[in-house]
Ligand binder design. Structure first.
Ligand SMILES: O=C(O)CCC(=O)C(=O)O
Length: 196
């Protein structure tokens, strides 16, 4: 597996949870990761109106693992060899185990994800979530849920980078990928999780 040289790990959030950012964690093309992926484009309902989700998604993992968010229920498809290899590298480098990955594919600048916390019950109390980015750099926004005077953190997430969120982060912070009208290329995001 092609890898960058180890790069510095930056602490972006170190209170009310932890979030670290490591550039150049893994250099792979979007095509090599998504070759066998079966995409979904589930409808979501907001303010009484139903729309297709503004990105494509997929859910892979161990047999029988299920995940629900925004009233969407997903049954894991079996790991592809490529995803399994990436999961194994992550597990050994950050010393955590995962049993599934949510894949988000942002086709262009209009595809996005609104503010949310990864706080579904099946993730456990203080989940460790590892999030890998490939392709176009997008801005990962983080805002505190209660300390409203804190500035929003805007973190450009580059090709090959790794974010690790852990401890109480999901209780105190929300994150999103906002849209942009700039003409930009696609971005792939893999968020590895452990479902209980
Ligand atoms: O695309 C991203 O970096 C954000 C993904 C995310 O927030 C999620 O899957 O819950």
């Amino acid at each position: 597996m092609k890898s960058f040289l180890p790069a510095e790990i930056r602490e972006i959030i170190d209170f009310d949870g932890s979030l670290t950012y490591q550039s150049q964690f893994l250099d792979k093309s979007i095509e090599s990761i998504t070759e066998h992926i079966i995409w979904r484009n589930d409808p979501i309902t907001m303010f009484g109106k139903t729309y297709p989700q503004p990105r494509l998604t997929a859910w892979y993992g161990d047999e029988g693992v299920e995940y629900s968010y925004s009233k969407i229920k997903m049954k894991a498809s079996q790991w592809t060899p490529e995803l399994y290899l990436i999961k194994s590298k992550l597990e050994s480098e950050i010393n955590t185990t995962f049993n599934s990955v949510l894949i988000n594919f942002y086709r262009d600048g209009l595809d996005h994800m609104s503010y949310h916390s990864d706080d579904e019950l099946e993730l456990g109390i203080n989940p460790t979530i590892a999030s890998l980015s490939f392709g176009e750099t997008r801005i990962f926004h983080l805002k505190h849920k209660f300390k409203l005077d804190l500035e929003v953190i805007k973190l450009p997430v580059e090709h090959g980078s790794l974010i690790v969120m852990k401890d109480e982060l999901q209780h105190f912070w929300q994150h999103k990928i906002s849209k942009t009208t700039k003409k930009i290329g696609p971005r792939l995001n893999l968020t590895f999780r452990k479902i209980y």
